[in-house]
Design a protein around this ligand. Sequence first.
Ligand code: FE2
Length: 292
Amino acid sequence: MQNQITQRKNLAVKGFFDEETNTVTYLVWDKKSLEAAVIDPVFDFNNLTGSANTHSADKVLNFAQDKHLKLKYALETHAHADHLSGAPYIKVKTGAKIGIGEGIHKVQEIFRPMFNQTDDDEISDFDLLLSADDVIKLGEMKIEIMPTPGHTPACVSYKIEDSIFVGDTLFMPDFGTARCDFPGGDAATLYDSIQLILSHPQHTKLYMCHDYKPVGRNEYKWETSVKEQSESNIHINKNVSKAEFVNLRNSRDANLNPPQLLLPAIQVNINAGNLPKAEDNGVAYIKIPIKL
Ligand SMILES: [Fe+2]
């Protein structure tokens, strides 16, 4: 497992892997000012029992506290369908602002009617809706916003120095790319987004949001490079045309099961990870729309 701190120029990166959802949460910080951001924090939720806890987020917070980091932002690469977001908890504990790509409006438009949520429910609590023009500063270090839609319309990647946090675009070279079959997803759009990522210099470090440890590999990994992806990604290396990719992606998506936490995750994550309000018995409920 890639558990070390990765050191770049001013940037330091620590990945936290959640084996339940195969998600990597990143803690990134500016070594001079110690200002920090969390990317894609996880809230632990058991879909079968409804039990929830903050162990994953607490690991990140404890590490940040040990290093005397000042957490300024909790950033989402997109509204995840495979885990609930730990961003609201990070915000309560540290005052960090929650940011996501401005395309989240499109995702909310698709999913809010499905869960009978309305805009005036006041449940959405994103502090920052980010576009390509925005830059977030950690000390003197900059986080650039790269819209990289395709998996969802709201997907963004975060570029810091020569490192890119790619969200659900690419997976490790031996696993391929993210699915595009959720409402608003599009394989041709994902191809273009991945070309944008791969247009960066060969040495650029790429940090994956997930790893599924394919057959033949014994450990989880989440750091790679533009060079490695361009040469050997099994779905989208330099020898694969856009038409070939779209064909491969769509046929693979036709056979994928929905993520286990799809319905809980989406209804919570389009509202910045805020859980539904408790009903008058003091209990909050997750909804499952029934399709007859
Ligand atoms: Fe995703």
